[in-house]
Design a protein around this ligand. Structure first.
Ligand code: NAD
Length: 426
């Protein structure tokens, strides 16, 4: 568990914040926001830093630093991941917490945004130490958590095991069961069906709705997918099952291509056995750069940020880009792609399926009523396609990109809630 490249995650999250914040400045301008509105949006409601001792395996005590930012709760309790990283900083978390508030507003689920974590390198500690550090952090922040206050979820270097420790520690402190305190739990402890594929599936629901609504000619029916782990692999599997032809995929070791389509279930088995997608029978080896500009109708970046920039955007052949990764396209590249008619489905919408199913998990926990897979699928489809329709509506009325429209919609929604609460002038 928890084996990704730590440097990469840190770098990616900085890019994600930076790109989103740059576009936000333009959105504020387009919406002609008042100074009061900008002030309200620019500051997190609460941010906490805690320091706590943990007895390590060596018997010595070490001090750790944890943070939690609750950015905006006008629309509901704050919701957002807990990440573990040696370079975790409060400022980065503030931006990511704001992004969560925007994402929840965009898909119209009744949550505000939060983010938090611990400054720790998970590769340098034992599993027992990881558990002790997690439990100690929760003891420090339990007063500011709650199913109607702030609900954590997994993020970089935290997973469902960490969520179980969070649940257990919180319930020990409160002396009762509180399953809705955290999402991303295993099904046996109140997790939701569909959670593991929710990000990929949510994006695909939006993709299909977009293709249907815009009636656009995708050109080559091939799909190319960058990244083949959590999000990319599930996207490939779902699209393959739906009958799409996946003609190129890649992971950190490089890419493979077969214009006639790749057998995805067999490739998943191959990756499981060999650790990479390379050397899969009946495919040609390509580089990651080649994958991005390969002849395909739909391109799905599902790995890193800043993969499509000024150097390669003119060579992109896809007619549709579904941004399942966070910030895979630079703003300049995104604008030039949109200008030449490429449909760029922005990350804030495309990868929101994860938080939507987290919301479903929370509802199921509160009601102690667990849904069948079909119900989760139906409600995820409804939520994602409704969000797409709202964004498309803004795009049509304002003649702007989907990214701009999505941010405008989310900001308006948060400000509307603040206005209803009396925090802004009517
Ligand atoms: P992951 O770590 O499970 O998978 C990342 C994949 O990218 C791996 O297959 C890795 O080999 C590949 N990769 C790394 N470097 C690469 C390179 N240079 N070229 C091509 N592939 C490369 O991560 P994930 O959970 O699948 O997330 C992928 C992206 O989606 C990230 O940007 C993440 O922030 C975003 N995202 C994920 C979720 C989620 O639910 N997991 C939700 C929202 C956004």
């Amino acid at each position: 568990m928890i084996t990704n490249n730590i440097e990469r995650i840190h770098f990616d999250s900085m890019n994600t914040c930076h790109l989103c914040m740059m576009e936000l400045e333009n959105v504020y301008e387009a919406l002609v926001l008042s100074p009061e509105e900008i002030d309200l949006l620019d500051m997190p409601k609460r941010s906490f830093t805690v320091h706590f001792p943990v007895r390590m395996d060596s018997g010595k005590t070490k001090m750790f630093v944890g943070h939690r930012v609750q950015y905006n709760d006008a629309r509901g309790p704050t919701k957002g991941g807990i990440r573990y990283h040696p370079k975790l900083e409060l400022d980065g978390l503030k931006n990511l917490a704001f992004l969560m508030a925007l994402k929840c507003a965009l898909v119209n689920i009744p949550f505000g945004g939060a983010k938090g974590g611990i400054v720790v390198d998970t590769k340098k500690i034992s599993r027992g130490e990881l558990e002790s550090i997690t439990r100690a952090y929760i003891r420090e922040i339990s007063d500011i958590m709650g199913p109607f206050k702030d609900i954590p979820a997994p993020d970089a270097y935290t997973d469902e095991n960490v969520m179980v420790w969070i649940l257990d520690e919180f319930e020990r402190i409160k002396g009762r069961h509180v399953p809705a305190i955290v999402t991303g739990k295993p099904i046996e402890l109140g997790g939701s069906q569909v959670r593991t594929i929710s990000t990929a599936l949510g994006g695909i629901f939006v993709l299909e709705k977009a293709l249907q609504t815009i009636e656009m000619e995708v050109g080559s029916p091939c799909v190319a997918i960058q990244g083949f782990r959590n999000v990319g692999k599930n996207a490939a599997k779902i699209l393959h099952e739906k009958g799409y032809r996946i003609c190129a995929v890649s992971d950190s070791s490089g890419g493979i291509r077969n214009v006639n389509g790749i057998d995805i279930p067999k490739l998943i088995e191959h990756k499981h056995q060999t650790g990479s997608v390379l050397d899969f029978p009946d495919t040609t080896k390509i580089s990651n750069e080649e994958l991005l500009v390969s002849d395909c109708g739909i391109l799905i970046p599902a790995a890193l940020s800043k993969q499509i920039g000024k150097d390669n955007s003119a060579d992109i052949k896809a007619k549709v880009i579904l941004e399942l990764a966070n910030a895979p396209t630079t703003l300049e590249a995104s604008r030039s792609l949109v200008d030449r008619g490429v449909l760029v489905i922005p990350d804030i919408l495309a990868n929101a399926g994860g938080v939507v199913v987290s919301y479903f998990e929370w509802i199921q926990n509160l009601n102690q009523d667990y849904w069948k897979e079909e119900k989760v699928l139906e409600r995820l489809r409804y939520t994602m396609t409704t969000a797409f329709a709202s964004v498309h509506n803004v795009c049509t009325n304002q003649n702007c990109s989907m990214r701009r429209a999505a941010l405008q919609f989310a900001i308006r929604s948060i400000l509307h809630a603040e206005r209803l609460r009396g925090n802004l002038q009517p």
